[in-house]
Design a protein around this ligand. Sequence first.
Ligand SMILES: [Zn+2]
Length: 414
Amino acid sequence: MNIDTVMNHLNTFNNYGYDEETGGINRIAFRHAERLAALKFSMLCQEAGLEVHFDYFGNVIARRKGKDNTLPPVMLGSHIDTVKDGGRYDGLLGVVGALQVIQHLNEHQIATDHPIEIVAFTCEESARFNKSTLGSKYITGNLSAEDMKKLTDDRGKTLFHLVDTLKQSMPSENDFYHKGDLKAYLELHIEQGPILQNKHKDIGIVTHIAAPHRYKLKLTGETSHSGSTPMPMRKDALTAASEIALQVESIAQSHHQEGIVATVGYVQPFPNMMNAIPGEVKMLIDVRGKEAESREQVASEIEQAIKTITERRNIEADLEDLGADTPVSLNPQIANITEEVCEELDYSYRFMFSGAGHDAMNMALICPASMIFIPCKDGVSHSPKESVEVSEIEKGIQTLIGTTIELAKKDVTV
Ligand SMILES: [Zn+2]
């Protein structure tokens, strides 16, 4: 592989949407910089001799022929969009990495049995429409025109309006991938967490992708004067909220071994004044786990704790269930192939689950899917501070190359 080409590509793409003041990358889905990056990717694919097209949604998909083009392709890729003031590697690494796999195969004139497709998904981040992984939802048939009409950005534009105006190709049945259409999907990504760095591992082989169950909670007590209301006569919604937040933490703590995390990330007290007892609090609770069963166990413990705390404190609780996604298991055979590749290359690795969502979780619904993680500095992502060592990128892409070559063999079944 050629690490200089990879670093050049990363730099080129990160010129699109670079903010000089913050140092962040702003390739927000369907805005100018992000579409330019998609176009640039399509040109690089063309240069590499691939058949490339945009689908109606604006995903870029390129194909390298196999020895037997009736076999289902192995698909590699990730997303090209970022959050506001995002980092230089989230998503982009997997896109540039996929392109490097093709360039490696071309350079060494390696013909694979299965065709290989590489993809740059758009709109993976929820930054614009409060919903994530939309490009991969689209190609797997889980995002209809009706769904797109219901999603609006903060300027009131619907996703459907944007997609249909851009019309990067005509809507087509051919855009969709069904079960059996792909041999496998493989995504290289930065970890976006601190585990690989802390454990001094080069590569993370992802076995599960955790999914959230979310709640909105409104607590109603009684707003009154902070000076003239004696302690025993108060109905303080904020102290109740505080106790709930601590309880959420401690319940999640006790299930930490099962891969559970839970967060109260948003609290809004009312009237939020120095001299008033807060009579109302709105809060958002996010519970995640890699297995639905243990996560739901925790969710019900949290529901129970809310009930107990608010009853004791005589506070009214209105708990709204915002819905739960299903955690996804990735393919163990591909994980084993990646493990062997790491062994051969003498890279250290660990099996792990992903706390964050990725396009791979949609792809896993239609084909065997897997993910390869590399460490990122202090686990920081979605920030201009996102940082990765060149040697880590190199190891990540080498692992991607090795796994792809194996997967694209006719006699390797997953
Ligand atoms: Zn990402």
